[in-house]
Design a protein around this ligand. Structure first.
Ligand SMILES: [Zn+2]
Length: 181
């Protein structure tokens, strides 16, 4: 068996597993898509299904487990997939520059530092590169997310609600200063 054939078989097997896990979770294939995108391409994704207009959002969190004695570690990726997400509470205001894949330039946005979020359904997937496992299950909301995951929720909710801030400042509004203190 040559390399290409082996590669192809692996991919087919992975795709079959995907179909199986979707069946076991009892969801429609298109509901799983943002989670799949987050696994395959990284980052957060949101999407509205055409047929049933379910609003979907996948938010990724990364945690590195590191042993300073052994100087070894691994980064776990946790993805939360929300069906029809609802933000119940926001706390704090953080000014930050963000880049959206839909736009050319980074813009200044205001994001909450903490969000409490729920959905009609929440699926949690944990990808562990040390065991080569992706553990998937339904979980109960609401969830409290902080920092980068809260910014991610706010960003994707803007897409789902189509409420992009009109007059956002971008990198070109900054000015340089010589810092000689
Ligand atoms: Zn975006």
């Amino acid at each position: 068996m040559d390399f290409l054939e082996e590669e192809l078989k692996k991919k087919l097997k992975f795709n079959l597993q995907e179909q199986e896990i979707i069946k076991k979770l009892g969801i429609k294939h298109e509901v799983f898509l943002p989670l799949l995108f987050s696994l395959k391409f990284g980052g957060n994704w949101s999407y509205k299904t055409k047929k049933d207009s379910v609003r979907l959002m996948a938010i990724k969190d990364k945690v590195t487990r590191y042993d300073p004695e052994e100087k070894l570690g691994h980064t776990l990726e946790t993805i939360y997939l929300f069906s029809n997400p609802v933000v119940l509470k926001e706390e704090g205001r953080v000014l930050r520059l963000e880049k959206c894949s839909e736009k050319q330039e980074r813009e200044i946005v205001k994001r909450p530092y903490k969000v409490v979020i729920d959905g009609e359904d929440i699926i949690k997937a944990v990808l562990d590169p040390s065991s080569l496992k992706i553990r998937v299950k339904h979980i109960q909301g609401p969830l409290t997310l902080e920092g980068s995951t809260a910014y991610g929720v706010s960003h994707e909710m803007d897409h789902l609600n189509e409420s992009e801030g009109e007059e956002r400042k971008c990198l070109w509004d900054f000015s340089y200063e010589i810092n000689d203190s």
